[in-house]
Write a new protein. Structure first.
Length: 140
């Protein structure tokens, strides 16, 4: 019998990984405080909304693609001064899919901005770097 067979494994505490859907709900609450409710224009002229196509294919993918719904669309969209800014939310252990990479490249070539956020603070950093005005009511 091995010497370690009777010993319990050492206790290790790991920070939980926040999956993308709970992260998106958290960020939506934050953006409602910092900018305005989704689809409403802030006093600074900013509008934002979320796109969720996590299961975009469904049973008949051709129907959705035929309507222009494609895989890889960013999760958050901001419009300010006629420019579009997009943020893809990812869990800390997540990675962009090939479709997300392709759409991000196309959006960038078209002149919009694309960011990737793994937490709410990353979203605020993108907004500040893009000089999108917010209320600055939250501290993370």
């Amino acid at each position: 019998m091995a010497a370690s067979a009777g010993k319990p494994r050492p206790f290790r505490l790991y920070a939980p990984v926040i999956r993308e859907h709970p992260l998106q709900a958290q960020v939506a609450k934050l953006l409602t405080i910092e900018i305005a409710p989704p689809g409403k224009v802030s006093k600074h002229g900013v509008v934002w909304f979320a796109v969720d196509h996590a299961n975009y294919a469904g049973e008949v993918p051709g129907v959705r693609v035929g309507r222009g719904i494609i895989a890889g669309l960013a999760d958050l969209w901001f419009i300010y001064r006629g420019l579009i800014h997009c943020i893809e939310l990812k869990a800390i252990d997540g990675a962009l899919t090939p479709e997300q990479q392709s759409v991000a490249i196309a959006i960038t070539i078209a002149g919009a901005r694309v960011g990737i956020a793994m937490c709410a603070e990353d979203v605020l950093v993108c907004l500040d770097e893009w000089r999108i005005p917010r209320h600055r009511r939250t501290t993370l």
